[in-house]
Design a protein around this ligand. Structure first.
Ligand code: NAP
Length: 321
């Protein structure tokens, strides 16, 4: 490419996008509206998108014929119409690995917080109710003990593996579901067993979801599958909200069919089902799996590498389409 390429970023990025030969149109701190984004990307050669940007034919038309790559600042790319990009010869890349450890940490934060009623206990301790009530009874705030219990990983990829590794500290038996056999799960130190999803749900004490959102995984955890779970089990979702039927989850928690849930992602985020926000059996975070400066800066560096490759007509290292 001989002209100075133009790169639009839809949100302010952490760290710097190291592309010295390009003209960069920076993005705002707060999420801009769609019309602003469509104007901002006009005539660009590369666009850095967030998982909240819907990249469809309308978006690609607004960018115009010079567009070479959509570099998603996320590992999930369910916000992007891959076939529309392919049809126009636009490459798509993501940021794997950089988010793995942070998201696995968050999965464990939610598993433990849900098992031990952290939100209710925190509220109680800071509200003055403890001082009013005095010493607790032996069965106040009793939670679930996970030592030696069974963990099911749904989606045996990078984050699922890092989450399973952390469970070794609790001596857990690990089950996993995926469409194919994963040797890194089968072999030491995990020595995990691949099971059909329904069987895993019936056996697990904690279930952690790590599969991508695809047409096949939308509502993978539905009412019937929630009914298979133990009433003492915990469900954690740090993947994508629509993998779980939120309405069915709210019912399962309200009726005691399920012990507790830990959620970082929501079906209609940033809106959250009111029965979930009202439930003491849910601990929630606002989609912050990768929210540590180090991981986010790595994501920016990966985005820059992918764009540099596409503009030089090389294969982007994290190309997904
Ligand atoms: P990954 O390495 O691609 O792992 C995903 C795994 O899911 C694959 O190994 C795949 O194995 C499995 N899978 C795909 N379809 C499946 C299905 N129908 N049923 C069961 N398993 C299925 O991805 P990752 O890096 O671990 O990331 C996983 C997801 O986490 C991302 O897609 C993203 O949506 C989410 N995420 C969220 C945050 C956050 O902030 N909360 C941060 C990062 C990532 P098979 O091919 O063998 O089925």
């Amino acid at each position: 490419m001989t002209l100075r390429p133009i790169i639009a970023v839809t949100r302010a990025l952490p760290g710097s996008l190291n592309l010295p030969n390009a003209e960069i149109r920076p993005g705002p701190q707060d999420k801009p509206d769609r019309d602003w984004v469509l104007r901002h990307i006009a005539g660009t050669h590369a666009v850095v998108t967030m998982f909240s940007d819907k990249v469809d034919s309308h978006f690609l038309d607004a960018a115009g014929p010079n567009l070479r790559i959509v570099a998603n600042f996320a590992v999930g790319y369910d916000n992007i119409d891959l076939s529309a990009c392919r049809a126009r010869g636009v490459a798509v890349s993501n940021t794997p690995h950089a988010v793995t450890e942070g998201t696995a940490d968050l999965a464990w934060l939610l598993i433990l917080a849900a098992a031990r009623h952290l939100p209710a206990a925190d509220r109680f301790a800071r509200s003055g109710q403890w001082a009013q009530r005095g010493t607790l009874a032996m069965n106040d705030f009793l939670g679930q003990d996970l030592t030696g219990k069974t963990l099911l990983i749904v989606g045996a990829g990078r984050i699922g593996h890092a989450t399973a590794l952390r469970s070794l500290g609790w001596g857990m038996r690990i089950l996993y579901t995926a469409r194919s056999k994963h040797w890194d799960f089968e072999l030491a130190p995990l020595a995990a067993t691949r099971v059909p999803l329904d069987e895993g749900l019936a056996q697990a004490d904690a279930v952690s979801i790590h599969c991508p959102l695809t047409p096949e995984t939308k509502h993978l955890i539905n009412r019937d599958r929630l009914a298979l779970m133990k009433p003492t089990a915990i469900l954690v979702n740090t993947a994508r909200g629509p993998v779980v039927d939120e309405h069915a989850l709210a019912d399962a928690l309200a009726t005691g069919r399920l012990y507790a849930a830990g959620l970082d992602v929501f079906e209609h985020e940033p809106q959250i089902h009111p029965a979930l926000t009202a439930s003491d059996r849910v601990v929630m975070t606002p989609h912050i799996g990768s929210a540590a400066a180090r991981y986010r800066e790595m994501m920016t560096a990966m985005v820059a590498d992918n764009i540099a490759a596409a503009l030089a007509e090389r294969e982007p290292p994290n190309r997904v389409a």
